[in-house]
Design a protein around this ligand. Sequence first.
Ligand code: BG6
Length: 369
Amino acid sequence: EKGGFASFMDKEIHDQPQAVTDTLLGRTDIAGHLVLDDLRIDESVLRSVDKIVVIACGTAAYAGHVAKYAIEHWCRIPVEVELAHEFRYRDPVVNERTLVVAISQSGETMDTLMAVRHAREQGAKVLAICNTHGSTIPRESDAVLYTHAGPEIAVASTKAFLAQITATYVLGLYLAQLRGNLFPDEITEIFDQLRAMPDKIQIVLDRSDEVRKTAQDMVDTTSVLFLGRHVGFPVALEGALKLKELAYIHAEGFAAGELKHGPIALIEEGQAAFVIVPSPRGRHSLHSKVISNIQEIRARGARTLVIAEDGDDAVAPFADVVFSVPRCPTLLAPLLTVVPLQIFACELATVRGLDVDQPRNLAKSVTVE
Ligand code: BG6
């Protein structure tokens, strides 16, 4: 049931605080150590893993892109992310020391299933991150980490995406604990910050009026660009995908650093561009780099729709609209910054009179090649 919402998608966007809460539930023991009961892969095998390869399709693959930033940072294990249908037709270099992570909401996506088989044939251990109990991909994997987003009805994925990202954070912290990459105190601190995310997602949802109004004003838009760096890059890709899937509008996500290498040629008067701005408190100088990117496109006429952290005063002079999200650690920010983009796509499709739950030409789970 839609629970009073106009669409399943709208409901599922609002289910996201709960989806993240439930995915984090029961992951620690009394002493605060992470325990992953459903993980049947031997600890000694996990300790000797020297590479992680994430395989997935669509939105699930973007969850894998976010995971790469977090797991490499916390665990110092190289992480590759590959579309399952590309992986299965290559000669990927995987072996007994490779942990393949297959991410799938449905657990039935044929391309991902075939990639799982391809990986296991070569001796890799496969861990499924899946939302559907007893589905094929977890059954054929060595282990499973279930997301607990609840049934997702709308074809375009929202709450499953946040739950997938959350599950990869749990996996990363667990591996860091097992392999001693982080001090126990650091793991506890990050896990506590993770547990604080559902309330922050709720704050983003409570602020959705301005996003909706922006979408309503853009009913005739024919193209929207999405720019981000670091973990904001996969968020940009996902924002673009949501808009294509739901509103049938040309949309492209870019790494903001790539702008000057090509995409900036697309910028002309009135071109709408979402920009995901990293926290000004983060490491590196990413924040100022993204501010420069905003200036560059604005100087060429772009209409800048900026997602930034609360209190980030530096963005205001260059933004046509600012959507603020609460403060949080940089690596966890995708759980917040993607939400306005989901709402934007859902609202724009709705004002265009489209069926947001059942977009044309798409299926919830693609069980053919
Ligand atoms: C697509 C769905 O066909 O499959 C997307 O329309 C989804 O929403 C993708 O992200 C992958 O599906 P799954 O079930 O493997 O996560």
